[in-house]
Structures are given as C-alpha cells and as structure tokens.
Design a protein around this ligand. Structure first.
Ligand code: ADP
Length: 402
C-alpha cells in the first residue's frame, strides 16, 4: 500500500510517500513559505533525484496540488496516477484527551480536532487545513490522524495532574499531555527489538533531543511520564525554549518589564533555551564548536542542557524502579556523541555506562553502553513517518474488512 504522509505546519507541508509493504520511502520533501512570496517545493526521490521549484502557493490546498503534481511528474515523479496513493496519514499535534491512538478521519473527528484548537492554536488549525485539502484533492481516499499526544494518554493521574485547583483541570483541561509521542513509541519498540527483549518487560527511558526536546519513561510499553506538559514548553532545555522554569519568574518579568502575554510567550518559546543562554545559536553544533573554542556562555548552555537530561534520567529511573535501556534520538540525540557522553556522565551508580569508542563510531543505529554494563544505552534514529504509515495501513485494512 502506498501511503502519503503529511505534516502540515503554518507555512510548510512536509511529506513522504511510503510503500508500506516494502517499508520503503518512494519520495519525500517539503513545501515552504506557503502564502508568502517565493514559496518553494523541494522533492527528493528514492534514487536521489532532487528538484526544487518556486511557485505561487497561496494555501495548503494548492500546496497539496503541487505535491501531487510532483509525485505524478514524468521526470521526477514516482507514480503514474493519483489512484496509486491508497491512503493519507496525517501527523496531528494535539489529540487532547479524546485520542489515545490513531483514528480514521471522519466528520466527527474533524469536529473534535476543532474543539481541541484551543489546546494547540499554533498547530491543529494547519493540520485541519491539510485534511480538508486532501478531501478536495484526493476525494474518497481514506485519511488517518496520528497524534503526537496519543502515546502519553495512558500516563497515570499522579503524572499528569498539576498542583493547581482541580477545577481548572475539569474546566480547561489543564494537565500534562506530552508530545513527540510517535517518536518515543517508535524508539521504545525498536529498543526492545535491538535487545531481543519483550517491551512489556522493559523499563525504557527515551530522550528525543531535536529542536524540541522531550523525554519519556516507558514502562512495559506504556508512557508513564514525560517531560513536556500542557504545551511543548515544559521540561528539557531546547533550542529556543526554556523548559522547566519557576512560573514566578515570568510573572516577575511581566511586572518588571511590562511584557504582554504575547511578548512573554515569545521570550520563553523563541529567545530562551540554548539560544538564550549562549547568545550565539539554538543549534547544538554551533554550541559545541564555540564551547571547544572556549566560549563561556556556550559552555554553560551545553552544561545546562545535559544536566537537565541527566536529572530526568534519575527521576524516570525512580518512577519506574530502575532502567533497562536509555535511548537517544532526534537530531542532537542521534548525532552528538558529546551530548550523549555528558548526559550519562556519573550515572555508573545506576548501571548506565557509555563506551567512548562505541559512542563515537559511525553507525547510525547502535548500542553505546560499555559491554557488561547493567543498562543498555542505545542510539536509534527516529522514524515517525514509518509509524504513521503503518498505523494508517492497519486502520485502512480494518476498514476494508468492515
Ligand atoms: P526537529 O526537532 O525540528 O525535527 P531535528 O530532530 O532535526 O529537529 O534536530 C535538530 C537539531 O539537531 C539542531 O539543533 C542541530 O543542532 C542538531 N544536530 C544535528 N546534527 C548535529 C550534530 N552533528 N551535532 C550536534 N547537534 C546536531
């Protein structure tokens, strides 16, 4: 089955066409600057053929028209007819408390997504736009929603309630939701495969370290706690987000500097994190380079980042009564041996020991723990698109069987 995977942002649509039977990516790319001048579509085919075109792409419907035209194009395409796309899988950011798994998109689901817009005002409207654009461009093709929040929906109440009046939870649904669920789920599954163990018997701590960063405690295949919260702002230090912060700090700053709600939101989401501390960059590669050049602020940014990960490893090991595997994924987790080493430094007392040679080897997917150490430390490239494709196929197959 060929599944078109879509990740619709405010001004971009990322896509992949996946042959789910062969687990092979046929093509993938991104439409950027939707609704702006100089909008582009960049497409890369499985054989490496790459093309970038500039067009007038005013909205998501046109963006999806461009994507389909590219997939069908004689010189750069991979299919000969629209009917070669058998299903569409959407990455949807927020499923609220309604969706604890992937679902076939129906009118009712779209209505619920609209109701959840308040929980994810920056994301869900674009996801809905993408779904509607597919309805008009690919009529009758089944669409499936795969939610970033779903994997964390089985967290116990003690992990998701905040220490504020309970009525605010019932009235406004203020609680921990957690994000990056598809990635945490994929790498936890893959960790069990790599260790030839049953996931139901494992305590896995997963670290998704990319531009956004989050960790999850996965016990017996269930996410029992995670570091992102009501929004993706909580938890680890990130490229430009603060992560955990005494909430009084922001109230204090709003009073001192007369910040509006929007300004405070921008400060915490766009000017904090690695960027905020270092004053140099949100990109971990530049932070490491400048740290090696002796820059103090870059060093502090690196240290705060890694120390925060380490604290969560301790917390999640405590939550699960131990840890069998610690997994690194995401752009930083997959690529930075320096970060992995610093996050695990001094954790030998809990059976986490990293082997320097394995940590710096060129393999993409690997075990980096010292042979014989109690807990496995693994590096696993995430593959959210594959999870979305496989979930989509499962739901569409069920639908066919009636
Ligand atoms: P997103 O969260 O947007 O999907 P990624 O998972 O691709 O992002 O991660 C992007 C981050 O990965 C950037 O901060 C970049 O610094 C980091 N990164 C990529 N390669 C390396 C590397 N070799 N060393 C350190 N950090 C890296």
């Amino acid at each position: 089955m060929n599944v078109l995977i879509l990740n619709c942002g405010s001004s971009s649509v990322k896509y992949q066409l996946i042959d789910s039977t062969a687990k092979k990516k046929l093509a993938g790319g991104v439409v950027e600057r939707i609704g702006m001048s100089g909008a582009t579509l960049t497409n890369v085919r499985y054989d490496g053929d790459e093309i970038k075109i500039v067009g007038e792409i005013v909205d998501h419907t046109i963006a999806i028209e461009y994507i389909l035209a590219m997939l069908l194009s004689r010189n750069h395409g991979v299919i000969s007819d629209k009917s070669d796309i058998h299903a569409v899988g959407h990455r949807v950011v927020h499923g609220g408390e309604t969706f604890s798994g992937s679902v076939l998109i129906t009118k009712d689901v779209i209505r619920t997504l609209r109701e959840n817009i308040e929980l994810a005002p920056l994301h869900n409207p674009h996801n809905i736009r993408g779904i509607e654009a597919c309805e008009s461009n690919l009529p009758g093709i089944p669409q499936v929603g795969v939610f970033d929040t779903a994997f964390h929906q089985r967290m116990p109440k003690k992990a998701y309630l905040y220490g504020i009046p309970y009525s605010l939870y019932t009235q406004y649904k203020i609680r921990r939701y957690g994000f990056h669920g598809t990635s945490h789920r994929y790498v936890a599954d893959r960790a069990a495969q790599m260790l030839s163990r049953d996931l139901s018997a494992l305590r896995v701590i997963t670290c998704h370290l990319g531009n956004g960063c989050s960790m999850a405690a996965v016990q017996g295949g269930v996410s029992v706690d995670t570091s992102m919260g009501f929004t993706p702002l909580e938890g680890l230090l990130m490229g430009t987000r603060s992560g955990d912060l005494d909430t009084s700090v922001i109230l204090h700053l709003m009073a001192k500097e007369g910040l509006t709600i929007n300004e405070a939101t921008t400060l915490l989401n766009k000017h904090s994190g690695l960027q905020g501390i270092s004053g140099i960059s949100s990109d971990m590669r530049e932070i490491v380079t400048e740290m090696n050049n002796g820059d103090k602020k870059a060093t502090w940014a690196f240290e705060v980042f890694c120390y925060r990960v380490k604290k969560y490893v301790g917390a999640y090991a405590a939550a699960m009564g131990g840890v069998d595997a610690l997994v690194f994924t995401g752009g930083i987790g997959e690529n930075s041996a320096d970060v992995r080493k610093a996050c695990c430094e001094g954790l030998g007392f809990m059976g986490i020991e990293v082997d320097d040679a394995l940590n710096t080897s060129a393999d993409r997917e690997k075990s980096i723990s010292r042979p014989g150490s109690q807990a496995a430390v693994l590096v696993i490239p995430t593959n959210e698109e594959l999870v979305i494709a496989l979930d989509t196929v499962e739901i569409v197959e069920k639908l066919k069987k009636g």
